[in-house]
Design a protein around this ligand. Structure first.
Ligand SMILES: [Zn+2]
Length: 180
């Protein structure tokens, strides 16, 4: 995906043309991805950045997390980093190794690193990092990182399946007007 695509997606533009059709997704994956977007909305409503994520273990255990940058006074309180920390406290590494992480927006480089260290083998996201960059130029004065999750995972020593972006308008809508 190109920088031009990111600009075209800014504000009210269309989603990444390479995004997957939600109908092509496994219905369970789609339901969980929609839940991640609901969590992003909840984060926004309580005053945090609009990002949410959940992890589902093979036995059906669900761990959910919201962004806590503002309410937690935590610059690294991203939804996925929070989720990895919480999941690590609740689940064994063997359980993490068969889980899937769903997130409303593609994980940033920091969160992708956290997911990698947790041994989580599968990530499903809705809004692409490129589309996010079209909506957000900086976070609290810090420019966003431009490093797709697949590129970070590709540097690691174990494969991580990445599914996304998925063309869900709600994933962009939850950001609309927040970063203006
Ligand atoms: Zn992050």
């Amino acid at each position: 995906m190109s920088a031009d695509g990111a600009e075209a997606a800014g504000g009210t533009g269309p989603l990444d043309p390479a995004a997957l059709d939600p109908a092509a997704l496994d219905p369970t994956d789609l339901e969980r991805l929609e839940r991640a977007i609901e969590l992003a909305r909840a984060a926004r409503e309580r005053g945090d950045h609009p990002f949410g994520a959940l992890l589902v273990a093979a036995d059906g255990t669900v761990v959910e997390a919201l962004n806590t940058v503002h309410t937690g006074h935590d610059p690294i309180g991203h939804a996925e980093t929070n989720l990895v920390r919480d999941s690590g406290q609740r689940l064994e590494m063997a359980e993490l190794a068969t889980s899937t992480l769903y997130t409303s927006t593609e994980p940033c480089a920091m969160c992708t690193g956290a997911i990698y260290w947790a041994g989580i083998p599968r990530v499903v996201f809705a809004l692409s990092e490129a589309d996010l960059r079209g909506l957000v130029s900086e976070q609290s004065g810090v420019p966003t990182l431009s490093l797709p999750s697949r590129e970070v995972f590709a540097r690691g020593g174990r494969p991580v399946e990445v599914v996304g972006p998925v063309a869900l308008p709600a994933a962009a809508e939850v950001h609309r007007g927040f970063w203006d």
